[in-house]
Write a protein that binds this ligand. Structure first.
Ligand code: DOR
Ligand code: ZN
Length: 337
């Protein structure tokens, strides 16, 4: 059995820099025609020059592959209209991190009063720049996303023309809010469709499944699966593939992030097929995102074949999700064009 996906996109991706970029970027570029690239480098991407030179480094790392990096800026409340108008053509979105909430987010937002954020968000709204949000408070870890929902609601009401993307949602509460506000959209990861907190810490601890936000309860996963499997028009695939070297994952202080880039499409196909909704995968991995962002990715056909393959134990120094396990579908690289 074969499945052809037209211009699949990954709407939330960490590519890092340097050697890590050169290891992981080709793995995304062979499966996807475009991806929204996160700006949480050290230091974070905050200027037009940084966006442009990071994009060049990504293009260099993916040379020969049809792949468009869709760039983002790291949100700062200092960005004004003139700056944003100038950088508009270089970016697809701006990513807002609450200060200190996850990897390299120390320079994020610590004041969520609408007045503090209004000048930048109004300018983004006028310029049609989507706002991507890591929606967690610094409360109890299982409640962080639910506690952030009122902030999403305030933002959605006050900036009604701003497209707000709730990144990597993990809870039923977030799904409910998403459906209530016209200008809220969401990305959903592969790992949050597969796992619950039980898979991370219910038996032996699995550091390679530890991420932010942490995977939640079975009923949360069910709510995510429901909107993903029907390819609800407000949701799109964003892997949040977040590589860290083994030394940072298999350590007493384990870095957050699941590395899914090389397994994303096969594992999604397996999951959608098992749910009897394989025909909805195209919308989930491309069509919905094209409508939400108003973008047309490079035309690229990615062929999947139903054939068992064993996921490598490592890519460079990074352990992927499903390392050493078998998946039922694989990307047919010979016919990917
Ligand atoms: O698990 C995560 N890893 N969550 C994030 O929000 C950031 C990411 C990373 O950059 O490693
Ligand atoms: Zn992320």
């Amino acid at each position: 059995m074969r499945l052809t996906l037209h211009s699949p996109m990954d709407m939330h991706l960490h590519l890092r820099d340097g050697d890590m970029l050169r290891t992981v970027a080709p793995l995304s570029a062979r499966s996807f025609s475009a991806a929204i690239v996160m700006p949480n480098l050290v230091p974070p991407i905050t200027t037009q020059q940084m966006v442009r030179s990071y994009k060049e480094r990504i293009m260099e790392a993916t040379k020969g592959l049809e792949f468009e990096p869709l760039m983002t800026l790291f949100f700062k409340p200092e960005y004004d209209y003139d700056f944003l108008a100038k950088v508009r053509e270089d970016i697809a979105a701006i990513k807002l991190y609450p200060a200190g909430i996850t990897t390299n987010s120390q320079d994020g937002v610590d004041n969520f009063s609408l007045e503090a954020l209004a000048p930048t968000l109004e300018a983004m709204s006028e310029l049609g720049i989507p706002l991507c949000v890591h929606g967690e408070t610094n409360g109890f870890v299982m409640d962080r996303e639910a506690e952030f929902v009122p902030i999403y609601e305030r933002l959605a009401k006050r900036f009604a023309n701003l497209k707000i993307i709730m990144e990597h949602i993990t809870t039923k509460r977030a799904v409910e809010a998403l459906l209530r506000y016209e200008n809220l959209y969401a990305t959903i990861t592969l790992h949050h469709l597969y796992i619950t907190l039980d898979d991370v810490i219910g038996g032996l601890m699995r550091p390679h499944l530890f991420c932010k936000p942490v995977a939640k309860r079975p009923e949360d996963r069910m709510a995510l699966r429901k909107v993903a499997f029907m390819a609800h028009e407000k949701v799109m695939f964003g892997s949040d593939s977040a590589p860290h070297p083994r030394s940072a994952k298999e350590a007493p202080g384990c870095a957050a992030g699941v590395f899914t880039a090389p397994v994303a499409l096969p594992a999604l196909a397996q999951l959608f097929e098992a749910a009897g909704v394989l025909e909805n995968l195209q919308k989930f991995v491309s069509d919905n995102a094209q409508s939400i962002y108003g973008i047309t990715p490079p035309a690229k056909e990615v062929h999947l074949v139903k054939e068992l393959w064993r996921v490598p134990e490592r890519y460079g120094d990074v352990v992927p999700m499903f390392a050493g396990e078998e998946l039922a579908w694989r990307v047919d690289e010979d016919t990917t064009a």
